[in-house]
Design a protein around this ligand. Structure first.
Ligand code: URA
Length: 239
């Protein structure tokens, strides 16, 4: 990030005020006088001092979002609105990204952070993070369905899924509702699993991701910061 932008975000004033600060020879990067405001710096890797005071590394942020349908789980997209576009300007941070991906038409829980290693750790197969989805399909889910999902669904291309737990909430010839728990994150996994059973997913919503549960009071398209208690859960993944 540019030095002037970083200092602005750290509370050192407007762009002009920050420029003056740099020109008045009060800013050092790793002990070297910073002479240009467009210097590319990284506060998590470098020591930046302003008037002799060390700049504190901006703390990471963690948001839990209720993603609406139609929005992509990516940082940027040429065509569609992204989950990062839904973050208010005052909550924006350099490097914000969604942990894992939901399809554009899938709703529900997405964690968003600027903590780079966290996403890698939480998505690592070693942790088997359980994800629970609420699913609606276009046909009957018979009494054989839970065993079908538990035995490891096999996709058309031979991909074998880990056992998944299915709880049928209602079943009818035009619409059935269920909850499914999976511990992997294959592309379109839930939709493909139901396809392998012979039905089509018509609505999909992620209601939990590990210990994080979607708060039903959180309106679609809204987000909230993680609580201190929730943040302490994350330490498990970062050690
Ligand atoms: N499985 C899917 O098929 N889609 C999602 O968005 C998430 C899981």
């Amino acid at each position: 990030m540019r030095l002037d932008k970083l200092l602005g975000q750290a509370g050192y004033g407007s762009r002009n005020q920050v420029k003056k600060l740099i020109r008045s020879r009060q800013v050092y990067v790793d002990g070297v006088l910073a002479e240009q405001d467009n210097l590319n710096v990284d506060a998590s890797l470098q020591t930046i001092t302003v008037s002799g005071k060390e700049l504190e590394h901006a703390p990471e942020v963690y948001y839990l979002m209720n993603k609406p349908s139609g929005v992509v789980s990516a940082r940027k997209d040429k065509e569609h609105q992204t989950v990062i576009d839904l973050i208010r300007p005052e909550d924006q941070r350099e490097g914000l990204y969604p942990v894992g991906r939901l399809d554009r038409d899938t709703e529900g829980l997405v964690l968003i952070t600027n903590n780079g290693p966290l996403g890698f750790a939480m998505l690592h197969p070693r942790y088997h993070v359980a994800k629970i989805y609420y699913v609606e399909v276009n046909d009957v889910l018979g009494p054989d369905a839970p065993a079908f999902f538990e035995s490891g669904v096999v996709f058309e291309d031979g991909t074998i899924c880990k056992p998944a737990q299915l709880e049928i909430l209602s079943s009818a010839s035009d619409k059935s509702c269920a909850q499914i728990t999976i511990s992997e994150g294959k592309f379109h996994q839930v939709k493909k699993m139901f396809l392998a059973y012979g039905v089509k997913v018509t609505y999909l919503k992620r209601i939990s991701f590990g210990d994080f549960v979607l708060d039903e009071k959180l309106p679609r398209g809204s987000y909230r910061p993680l609580t201190e208690e929730e943040k302490s859960i994350l330490k498990r993944y970062l050690n």
